[in-house]
Design a protein around this ligand. Sequence first.
Ligand code: HEC
Ligand code: HEC
Ligand code: HEC
Ligand code: HEC
Ligand code: HEC
Ligand code: HEC
Ligand code: HEC
Length: 676
Amino acid sequence: MKSWKLKAVASVLFCFGAIGNASAAGDKYNSIPEMGASAKNAIANYAGTERTIGVKSLHDYIVQEDELFDFLFQNHPMFKYQEEGNLIGDYHISDRGEEYLDTGGSQAYSKRVGRPSAVQYRLGAKSTLDFPNNFVGPEKCAECHATQYEKWQRSRHANVVRFPSEITDKEVPNGDLNAKLYGSEASMLPDGVRANDVYAIIGTPRTKYGFLDSWLVRGTYHVRDGLLSEGTGKMVAGGNQFSRGWAEWLTPEMAKKINKAIPEFPVTLEEFGASGSHQWGMTSYGAKYEKEMLFQPGSSYCEMCHTYKFDFQNKEEFFDALGDAKKLQEHTISKGIACEECHGAGGHLDGGTGGMQSNCERCHQRFFFVDALADTEQAQEKMEYAFGVYMKSACPSCGTEGSQMFASAHYEKGMRCTTCHDPHEVTDGDFLSGFSTPKLKKDCVDCHEAQATIADNTDTHSNQTCQSCHMPNMGSCENFAAIQFPDNAGFDAVRRTHMWKIDIDPERKTLNPPEGQPRDSSVKGWTVAKNEDGHNYLDLMWTCARTAISDKDVVDNKGCHSPFQSELEVGLHYDDQMEIYGEVMKMQKPVKEVFAQVEQALERIDMLLEVTKLSTADKTEVLMLAEKAQETIELIKEDGSWGVHGFRYSQKRLDAALTYVTQAQNILDGVGYSAK
Ligand code: HEC
Ligand code: HEC
Ligand code: HEC
Ligand code: HEC
Ligand code: HEC
Ligand code: HEC
Ligand code: HEC
């Protein structure tokens, strides 16, 4: 086996050198096995600090991959398929240089501040390329911390990276990773790739499954008419990722149904374009079907957040195991987001660690530096204003909870992820379910008492929780521009937003293309809008009329007001933001009117009290009535929804308040004006 590997490389390097020069200025998908410009530059002009003062800098991370790439260029099957003329689609080499220095607007920001910065990502202190290994593994921690371990091992953090042998029969019949799922044509592993060819499956039935092959390279391909393990057939770009929503819900029938309302909605595989494939439910991720794919080792990207660690003591051991999935699995000491990813390698077992846990934003943040905002007045004053949310086409990317929250009132008041979330029990329930229901340490109602009081007494939205309206599924895990349609509030939205603030404006939109561009998901450069306070906000379509099937609230609540999903009466299916605004006004106008009347009356009562002579009994009565009305006024004001949280209850309370103030005024007016 080893012999063809080496042979393959020599000729690949030889015959593609020339093409390299020819297309250097053109398309980045050029099938040349060379690291990218940023990485090559870092390697050629070493400016790291690890060799001099022992501090591993961003630069050092990038240089660290050099040897790995040399090895992969010599040994990975993709280059063998290429040499034999059996590669369909071009590849692009994607390394840490590209991921850290080039994505998320990093270049623009680095240029402005004059130092390198990885805007989109945070780097874990340790990677699989660090030797010797310093991790001890979660089972070691469990020896003394059984309770944290119990909570954690049930979670998706613990189960997001699994060996093929750990996939349950509940997910695939008889442990067959190539079986077709949910009545679709797609399977967990793509055509030609078998369980023995992969180190790990990334994902759960929540949204999708990806894989890392036995070279720890991200699977962006499938094999047509052959087997990867035998090097037969053709290696084809894309058709590499099982996507549950597409397989289970977005069936050809559903696509036709949606197409009736949105004529541009794709109904055939061809119309899905490059993000689809030859099988319904199988998508192309990190790839365009038959056209392009990334060649990207886990060390450049996936490993940063879908973590795994080995017990190798030196790189010789590591390189010896690469290509052998079983050996890699045997040498795995920690996988998933395990204890040491947050508490540090070895935890406190090897002395103190300072007690600070790695924060959640390391993996859940993903900023994007919006260069166009950097010259605005707000950004000139505070440069962080130009940091937005990393997008997947026209929607926020999944894993952007941190950058969304950064622009919220919650963040400003000092709240962080673990204010609400339990760091160990991030999954409260079965990780095999299609929904996320994280365990919360603090619920909305623990802090928002006024809203809780009114919502408790509502009849219209009594089945809803606060997050039903304030945290719609908006995040997209893919660049599936073909099905996003953000103005119809998303068909590809799989993760809850962390913006919270709702803006009831009839026209303002949460997601917007660059100025002057059409509102089309294929347009580049969409951003999340900020309001006058610099906060993100949700528009009324996303709040009330969203569609995504992976949204538990839409599913549990008769499809809410989605024009495609709703089981409510037809008058309550909203496909227009103005229409929803009209409904909101129907609630808010009368509430605001009575509120204003009561407020004015209270002011008048205050004034009259100063100038009117009353008996003690009358005065007590007036003060009591005014105080009762004032309580309601404060409740309504504190609530801030002007009837949306509970229209009838708000109105009932205000009507009562109006009676109180009228009564109080009658008493005052009855005595007649008389100077004190
Ligand atoms: C030999 C037993 C033992 C092992 C193994 C162990 N711990 Fe601990 N751990 C302790 C004790 C004892 C304390 C301090 C007393 C307490 O808080 O209960 C502690 C406290 C902690 C704390 C709380 C520190 C604080 O500031 O309150 C964390 C976090 C922690 N351990 C993480 C880990 C991790 C991660 C591992 C695995 C790498 C681990 N522990 C392995 C015994 C152990
Ligand atoms: C910057 C961190 C980061 C990187 C890098 C990253 N992911 Fe993720 N990924 C996440 C987060 C966070 C989630 C959960 C979604 C969320 O929080 O919105 C996720 C979710 C997923 C899921 C869905 C899991 C499920 O149970 O439904 C899959 C599959 C996945 N990622 C695969 C990959 C693969 C393959 C790579 C490398 C090509 C990768 N990811 C790189 C952070 C990352
Ligand atoms: C996703 C990050 C994360 C992971 C994974 C994680 N922890 Fe923690 N852990 C934290 C944070 C943050 C705290 C601080 C307490 C809080 O915020 O609720 C904490 C607190 C603790 C404590 C102090 C007592 C307590 O419960 O608050 C112990 C002990 C502990 N962790 C052990 C572990 C062990 C053992 C594992 C692996 C089975 C683990 N942790 C995995 C983030 C994590
Ligand atoms: C090393 C990267 C990493 C860190 C650090 C991390 N996460 Fe995650 N988290 C992930 C990935 C990847 C997923 C996706 C798992 C999946 O869907 O299978 C995830 C999923 C989740 C989920 C959804 C669970 C579910 O059942 O769907 C929650 C909630 C969550 N993380 C909260 C946190 C919190 C809170 C912290 C900090 C205490 C944290 N995460 C730190 C990578 C990380
Ligand atoms: C104000 C409270 C609050 C804060 C702060 C918060 N979350 Fe959440 N988060 C929630 C709630 C509520 C849910 C949904 C729970 C449910 O419906 O069962 C959720 C869900 C999630 C999910 C699952 C998303 C999905 O749909 O799969 C992830 C991942 C997550 N949060 C990560 C984070 C991270 C990371 C941070 C910090 C950047 C954070 N959260 C801050 C309240 C919060
Ligand atoms: C730990 C307490 C706490 C929790 C838990 C909490 N909030 Fe808040 N929330 C606050 C504070 C404090 C503010 C800021 C209030 C202010 O500025 O007047 C706030 C503000 C808000 C705002 C207004 C945002 C803006 O930009 O003006 C909304 C909407 C909101 N919260 C909704 C929620 C929802 C929904 C949940 C549950 C997912 C939740 N909150 C959980 C404390 C909390
Ligand atoms: C039926 C949808 C819905 C539900 C359920 C809901 N809200 Fe709201 N909420 C809204 C709307 C719409 C507004 C904005 C009204 C406006 O700005 O005029 C709002 C406003 C708010 C505000 C005021 C924010 C501001 O901008 O000042 C807070 C805080 C809030 N909600 C918290 C909650 C909490 C806590 C719950 C759960 C008890 C909850 N909401 C349940 C729709 C909802």
